[in-house]
Design a protein around this ligand. Structure first.
Ligand SMILES: Nc1ncnc2c1ncn2[C@@H]1O[C@H](COP(=O)(O)OP(=O)(O)OP(=O)(O)O)[C@@H](O)[C@H]1O
Ligand SMILES: [Mg+2]
Length: 343
């Protein structure tokens, strides 16, 4: 798969036409005629819309009838354990793998549409760059593959090096790069040409904590600029920090989709520290659900978030003293494991 990904990565430019100076929204030989008809580039449509997408490898069902929609400007997290089908979905959406069934539209065009690919940035899960080139040369090569106007290359390469944090290493041979530096370079390549949709497949797998922090900042920056980000990850904390919505995939099936609030539910755990816990206080607590002691703290396991102010008011009204209240949400990791268990 490594070979396939890197070969695909080199053979097919995925990004859009232009960084820095204004560039035409269609490229030579592109769909100028189509784009003048009402909805240039399909911008009124969702970034991704899949209907019954299916992929079978022999007896293995990698993806089973997946339907989903990702809106423009969303950061969408695709979560799932190893082998869930995340990479297969991405490859189908990018036209690198032919679906066994179903259909999908990306940026308003059927999957695999060549012109649309130019508006998509892609950081593959497994990548390899030409070890004899330096970082700036790799980026310049991709500028050429993208057919960016030559006058914009220097600026595009400098921008990519800056965003990916490789400016100081621009003249160094990629063969001597650490895995994390190569992943940063992969991100730099994905961002070339200011793509409308950025697809990142496990973008922080090789990154240190600083690199992960940088990646989050970059993703948030893309969202601020109205770009759509599709993020494959099994790092749930990462998804929790940057995603507007997520889908959980298991054995090729989407078992849950929604915002984090929808997925984690409106029920949370709350820790309350009280001055004293007497008989009247325990009665009040019981009205709000099951509770238990944890040292100086009382823990209510499942309380509606909206009810917390009422709880505090009731305790104070009953003559109690509230020293601290700490709402604790179920983590995405707990919910994720729960969802997989429920299957
Ligand atoms: N080229 C292939 N040939 C045969 N089976 C494949 C191929 N690519 C993927 N599969 C199978 O499809 C299933 C989904 O794989 P996929 O790589 O999409 O999972 P993933 O969710 O990306 O996993 P990971 O988190 O490990 O990257 C797995 O069972 C895998 O073995
Ligand atoms: Mg994968």
């Amino acid at each position: 798969m490594s070979q396939t990904s890197s070969a695909d990565h080199f053979a097919r430019p995925f990004n859009g036409p232009g960084t820095g100076p204004p560039v035409p929204s269609s490229v030579p030989g592109g769909s100028e005629a189509e784009s003048s008809q009402g909805d240039p580039g399909g911008r009124g449509s969702p970034a991704i819309h899949a209907l019954g997408l299916h992929k079978r490898y022999g007896k293995t069902v990698a993806v089973a009838s997946l339907s989903m929609s990702v809106g423009r400007g969303e950061v969408f997290g695709f979560l799932g354990p190893n082998g869930a089908g995340k990479t297969t979905v991405v490859k189908m959406l990018l036209g690198l793998v032919r679906p066994s069934g179903g259909e999908a539209m990306v940026l308003g065009a059927p999957i695999g549409d060549r012109e649309t690919r130019r508006r998509i940035g892609y950081l593959p899960e497994l990548f390899r760059f030409q070890p004899w080139l330096n970082a700036a040369e790799v980026l310049a090569l991709h500028c050429r593959l993208l057919e960016l106007p030559k006058r914009s290359w220097d600026q595009a390469v400098a921008d990519s090096l800056r965003v990916s944090g490789l400016t100081d290493r621009s003249g160094d041979k990629v063969g001597g790069f650490s895995k994390g530096m190569q992943q940063r370079l992969g991100l730099g390549v994905a961002l070339l040409g200011d793509p409308e949709l950025v697809v990142l497949d496990e973008p922080t797998s090789a990154l240190d904590p600083v690199g992960r922090h940088d990646m989050r900042q970059i993703i948030r920056g893309l969202r601020t600029r109205g770009k759509t980000v599709f993020l494959n990850t099994h790092l749930l904390a990462e998804a929790e920090q940057v995603c507007d919505r997520v889908a959980v995939l298991d054995k090729g099936v989407a078992i849950a989709t929604g915002t984090l609030a929808e997925l984690l539910g409106q029920h949370g755990r709350v820790r309350v520290k009280l001055g004293t816990v007497d008989g009247s206080c325990t009665k009040i607590l019981s009205k709000f659900g099951a509770w238990q002691r944890d040292g100086d703290w009382i823990i209510l396991e499942r309380i509606e978030n909206d009810s917390i102010p009422d709880l505090v008011a009731a305790i104070i009204g009953g003559g109690g003293r509230v020293e601290a209240v700490i709402p604790e949400h179920q983590s995405l990791e707990d919910r994720f494991l729960e969802l997989l268990d429920e299957r």
